[in-house]
Design a protein around this ligand. Structure first.
Ligand code: ADP
Length: 382
């Protein structure tokens, strides 16, 4: 039976892969090939990386040509104005994806490379692109629109697209299932806190706001990205510090956020630095939490009634201190964290609020690969 999906997530220097049975939700194998393009790794490009992945799967006894593969699913960060449904890839789609790449020069080109080599190496199965922006395609105009020159924005397709959509949708559905409530009836806030971080407000299964914008740079403070800044900083640095636009973009994406403030982007090590009295680590953490609380407060106001707040991704799922600091002192707004539940570790979805808390606060592990695999099956059946 052809019921398995290979999910590929091609980043600029890494390739993550996972073989999944979407019906049962079982992951049969997964792995990551890193340091692509670095001379020391011996993995020259995405083609070589995919070859390494195939060999690793082979070592585990999995032959991709004879394992019942139904499709290959590719995570693509930016769908631009064109793509918001899982899309079966053909040459015309590739051509359009290349045009969309200008909106996401840091993210889409590696995905396109991954798609091209995978299509060549696994040519007998359909390949499907699943977009990080898709879930937020229907953001209300008030949330999607930047208050800038309207004609210019229209001409250059400038709007708030939102990212991590696969995770926000999946986690909000899992939260609804955990609460035995229909997704369509709940008002939710999802906090996806990983290296990249974003928040969303979802009303009755429809997104009403999210923190990332035209690119994944906007919003929360992240591992290496600044999140929200005054756009005036860009022109000021360009004029006075004589930095090029590319340098500024690179600084904001790769040398800002926790890394820029504390020299460390990993939350585990940041916590250790704080414990040893490092004041820049403390400041980085405080800025991160301040921004997060600002978004939570904003989304509570936008939703009016909130039923659930879910934490997900590496930091959200594991850092109990972050969860507590994000929501402490909000009893007046119906949020009451149970510190013992919050501190306990666990695997699946779990509640960390008290029984009396009007808003349920949950930890919900994300699983973007499974969501992509399921989207793929739907796309090839359609
Ligand atoms: P991404 O998929 O965006 O690369 P992840 O969702 O894997 O990121 O999250 C990575 C982040 O999660 C890192 O900052 C890491 O320090 C943090 N993290 C992972 N485990 C823990 C933990 N036990 N406690 C605190 N932070 C953690």
């Amino acid at each position: 039976m052809f019921r398995r999906v290979l999910v590929l997530n091609s980043g600029s220097s890494s390739l993550k892969y996972q073989l999944i049975e979407p019906d049962s939700g079982t992951s049969l194998a997964d792995g990551i090939v890193e340091q692509i393009g670095e001379p020391s790794s011996g993995v020259a490009d995405h083609g070589a990386a995919l070859q390494v992945a195939f060999e690793k799967l082979c070592d585990q006894g999995i032959d991709l040509n004879a394992c019942g593969l139904a499709a290959v699913g590719h995570r693509v960060v930016h769908g631009g104005p064109v793509f918001y449904r899982p899309t079966v890839i053909d040459d015309a789609v590739i051509a359009e994806l290349e045009q969309v790449s200008v909106l996401a020069p840091l993210h889409n080109p590696p995905a396109l490379q991954g798609i091209e080599v995978a299509r060549a190496m696994l040519s007998s199965v359909p390949h499907v692109a699943v977009f990080d922006t898709a879930f937020f395609h229907d953001l209300p105009a008030a949330a999607a629109t930047y208050a800038i020159d309207r004609e210019l924005a229209k001409k250059w397709h400038i709007r708030r697209y939102g990212f991590h959509g696969t995770s926000h949708r999946y986690v909000s559905q899992q939260a609804a299932a955990f609460l035995y409530q229909p997704w369509e009836k709940l008002n939710q806030i999802v906090l996806h806190l990983g290296n990249g971080a974003s928040a969303s407000a979802i009303a009755g299964g429809r997104p009403v706001d999210t923190s990332m914008g035209l690119t994944p740079l906007e919003g929360l403070v992240m591992g290496t990205r600044s999140g929200d800044i005054d756009a005036g900083i860009v022109s000021y640095l360009h004029r006075e510090a004589e930095m090029s636009v590319d340098d500024i973009e690179s600084m904001l994406n790769h040398r800002s956020g926790l890394l820029g403030l504390a020299g460390e982007r990993d939350f585990r090590r940041l916590h250790q630095m704080i414990e040893s009295g490092d004041s820049s680590a403390r400041l980085a953490y405080d800025v991160f939490i301040h921004r997060l609380r600002k978004y939570i407060g904003g989304y509570l106001a936008i939703l009016g009634r909130t039923d659930a707040i879910s934490f997900t991704a590496g930091v959200g799922e594991n850092a109990a201190t972050v969860r507590l600091d994000a929501l402490s002192g909000l009893e007046g707004l119906g949020i009451e964290i149970d510190e013992r539940r919050n501190a306990a570790s666990g695997k699946g979805a779990r509640r960390i609020s008290t029984e009396a808390s009007a808003i349920a606060v949950l930890v919900v592990p994300t699983n973007e690969e499974l969501a992509i695999a399921r989207d793929c099956m739907r796309a090839i059946k359609a």
